[in-house]
Design a binder for this molecule. Structure first.
Ligand SMILES: [Zn+2]
Length: 268
């Protein structure tokens, strides 16, 4: 089926759906220049997730190979500083204002959905620019650019990274304890689980965007929506495991397809 017909099909479903929920993954961020962590050429190809993706790994690496932590931070700071919402993110923001999107559930930690104007975003893997107190659990959100520049300046200032230096540079909670980045590391519990599954259970259509469907439990959300009777629209240029359940499958970039969908919704 030609691309244009698939887009028309997706638009038709969205028009007839009372509640549309978005489920997005790394592919959407990749279109904004953030390399996927898991794919070949991604972050975990250059850096060892055992060393940098878990709490105990980080502590160990900080002691034995602090330069690896420095390289990891330097490489990622530049990526996140220059990443901007792509046309797909922007279209979703407009669709929310038009009443077409109720909630965005994302596995991404880069805050790009909020920057594009979506107000209800469930972040299953946390948010890189939010901090959580190690003692009392209180959370706070930092402005992205100043937060990243603070880390970059700290790296320039600090000679050798060690635990004391890191603890000194982490934001402080009012209770006096350091605050860690509120992202889900390997082996940690995902966030917003009950809310996300409730969204999947209660939507009439789910837009599945740029996710390969391999990271559980988040990956089960489209099946959950389908079982509850929702239509599933998948937009993803890569391989997917949702072929069996998608009512419409569009193997294209979200930044190309979502603006086309939006244009047709606005014409209605
Ligand atoms: Zn605290």
């Amino acid at each position: 089926m030609p691309l244009i017909e698939k887009i028309e099909q997706a638009v038709d479903i969205l028009r007839r759906s009372a509640v549309v929920v978005v489920f997005s993954g790394a592919g959407m961020s990749a279109e904004s220049g953030i390399p996927t962590f898991r794919d070949p050429g991604g972050i975990w190809d250059q850096f060892d997730p055992e060393e940098l993706g878990t709490g105990s790994g980080l502590l160990h690496t900080l002691t034995r190979h602090p330069d690896r932590i420095r390289s990891f931070l330097e490489a990622t700071i530049d990526i996140f500083l220059s990443a901007k919402p792509n046309p797909g993110h922007v279209a979703l923001g407009v669709m929310e204002r038009m009443g077409y999107v109720r909630t965005v559930i994302t596995q991404n930690v880069d805050n790009l959905h909020q920057e594009a104007g979506n107000s209800r975003v469930l972040e299953m893997h946390g948010n890189l620019f939010r901090q959580r107190c190690l003692a009392c659990g209180k959370k706070q959100v930092s402005e992205k650019t100043s937060y990243l520049l603070h880390i970059r300046r700290a790296l320039e200032r600090i000679g050798r990274l060690d635990l004391n230096a890191v603890l000194r540079e982490l934001p402080q909670c009012r209770c006096g304890s350091p605050m860690r980045p509120d992202v889900v590391m390997f082996g940690e519990q995902v966030q917003d689980m009950p809310e996300s599954f409730l969204e999947a259970d209660s939507c009439s259509a789910m837009l599945v965007l740029g996710t390969s469907g391999v990271v559980y439990p988040a990956a089960a959300l489209p099946q959950k929506a389908k079982q509850a009777g929702a239509k599933v629209i998948e937009i993803n240029p890569g391989d997917s495991v949702y072929s069996g359940i998608a009512d419409v499958q569009i193997p294209e970039k979200t930044g190309r397809v979502l603006p086309e969908i939006l244009k047709r919704l606005q014409d209605a």
